[in-house]
Design a protein around this ligand. Structure first.
Ligand code: PLP
Length: 354
C-alpha cells in the first residue's frame, strides 16, 4: 500500500480503473530523493545507466534505452524496424494500433494491418497468414510483427511461449522483425515463472513499463542490440524524449524492480478471487479460468447492463472501473488495491450482477 503521508486521499473504496494509478510509496520517494544524477542526454546519468543495463540483462538483450512512456518505447521500436511506407502487423486489439493515437503513421509514415484474436491470444497462423513479403512493387511489405504480452484489452492474457517461437521462426526466415509490447511482461513472468529473458530473446526489441503494476510514477525501457539502441537514442531525441537529470525517475524504476515484481502475484490472486466470486453468481459474465493475471473483463451481453451503466452503478458504491468497448467492463488490480478493497468490489459486483 502507498504510505498515507504521501498519497492524495482517494474518494474510491477500490479504484480498479487501471494499474497506472499506483502512486510512489514512501520508500520509492526516498530512493528517488537520494538518486545520483547527471545529464542523460550526454550519457552521464549513472542511475539511468544502471537501470538500462539491469533491464537489458533481465530481458536477455545487449542494451537498453529509458523512455518517458511506454508509447514512446513502442514507437521507437516500430521506427527502428519499419521504413516509411512499409507496414507493421498486430492483433486488432493491440495497444500499438488502438491506444497510441496513430503515432506510427503520424511520426514514422508506417501503415498497418491487423488480425482478429480472441482475448488477444496469439495464434501463430494469424500473423503468418497476414504477413506479406516479396510482393515487389505491387503490395505493401510487412517489416514488423508486434506481440503484446500480457494483453491489455484482451484481459491480461498471457501469450504462450511456444506460439511466440513459432511466429519467430517463420518471420525470421521471411526477414520480418518482431517487437514485444511488454508493458505487463512482468505479470506474465510472475504468473508463469518463465524467465523474462526467455520471452525477451524471441524479439528484436522489447518495451517494458515501470509505471503500471510496478508502481513507478514514470518510465518505460526499450531493449535490443547495441546498434539498435544507438539508433533509438537518436530517434528518442528527435521525438523530444531526451531527458537530463532523469536518474531521479530511473531510481523509482530500480526500486520497483527490487520491491514490486514478486508482489504482482498478490494482484493476480485478488483478481482471481474476485472472478471466482462473481463467476459463481454470474457465470456468463466472467469465467474465472480466463483470468490469468491482474485484469478481469466482465462480458455483459448476457445481462441487461450496458458498460457505462454498470460502471456508473459501481461508482455510486465506491468502486471505479472502466467501460472497455460496447459489451465489456474492465477491472485492474494493482499496488493500491488491498484485500479490503477486493472484498468491497466483490460485494458490489455480486450484488449488481446476481
Ligand atoms: C500502458 C501500455 C503501454 C504504454 O502506455 P503509456 O501510457 O504510453 O506509458 C503500452 N502497451 C500496453 C499494452 C499498455 O497497457
Amino acid at each position: 500500500m502507498t504510505d498515507s503521508s504521501t498519497a492524495a486521499p482517494s474518494r474510491w473504496v477500490a479504484d480498479l480503473l487501471s494499474d497506472t494509478l499506483t502512486r510512489p510509496t514512501a520508500a520509492m520517494r526516498d530512493a528517488m530523493a537520494h538518486a545520483e544524477v547527471g545529464d542523460d542526454v550526454f550519457g552521464e546519468d549513472p542511475t539511468v545507466a544502471a537501470l538500462e543495463s539491469r533491464v537489458a540483462a533481465l530481458l536477455g538483450h545487449e542494451a537498453a534505452l529509458y523512455t518517458p512512456t511506454g508509447s514512446m518505447a513502442n514507437q521507437l521500436g516500430m521506427r527502428l524496424h519499419v521504413e516509411a511506407g512499409e507496414e507493421v502487423i498486430a492483433d486488432s486489439l493491440a495497444h500499438v494500433l488502438r491506444a497510441e493515437l496513430g503515432a506510427a503513421a503520424v511520426l514514422s509514415g508506417i501503415s498497418s494491418r491487423s488480425w482478429a484474436a480472441d482475448r488477444g491470444r496469439l495464434d501463430p497462423a494469424a500473423p503468418l497468414a497476414l504477413m506479406s513479403t516479396g510482393a515487389g512493387p505491387y503490395q505493401v511489405g510487412t517489416a514488423l510483427i508486434v506481440v503484446e504480452n500480457t494483453h491489455n484489452f484482451g484481459g491480461g492474457t498471457i501469450q504462450p511461449l511456444e506460439a511466440i517461437r513459432t511466429v519467430r521462426e517463420a518471420s525470421r526466415a521471411a526477414g520480418v522483425a518482431m517487437h514485444l509490447d511488454g508493458a505487463r511482461l512482468w505479470n506474465a513472468h510472475v504468473a508463469t515463472r518463465i524467465p523474462l529473458a526467455d520471452y525477451g530473446r524471441e524479439f528484436d526489441t522489447v518495451s517494458v513499463c515501470l509505471s503500471k503494476g510496478l508502481g513507478a510514477p514514470v518510465g518505460s525501457v526499450l531493449v535490443g542490440s547495441v546498434e539498435l539502441m544507438a539508433r533509438a537514442r537518436i530517434w528518442r531525441k528527435r521525438f523530444g524524449g531526451g531527458m537530463r537529470q532523469v536518474g531521479i525517475l530511473a531510481a523509482a524504476g530500480l526500486h520497483a524492480l527490487d520491491h514490486h515484481v514478486d508482489r504482482l502475484a498478490e494482484d493476480h490472486a485478488r483478481a482471481s478471487r474476485f472472478a471466482a466470486a462473481v463467476g459463481a453468481v454470474a457465470p456468463a459474465v466472467v469465467d474465472p479460468a480466463l483470468v490469468e493475471t491482474n485484469i478481469v473483463m466482465l462480458s455483459l451481453p448476457s445481462t441487461t447492463w450496458s458498460p457505462p451503466d454498470l460502471v456508473e452503478a459501481a461508482a455510486a458504491r465506491g468502486i471505479r472501473t472502466y467501460a472497455a468497448g460496447p459489451a465489456a467492463v474492465r477491472l485492474v488490480w494493482h499496488l493500491d488495491v488491498d484485500d479490503a478493497g477486493t472484498d468491497a468490489a466483490i460485494e458490489v459486483f455480486t450484488d449488481l450482477l446476481a
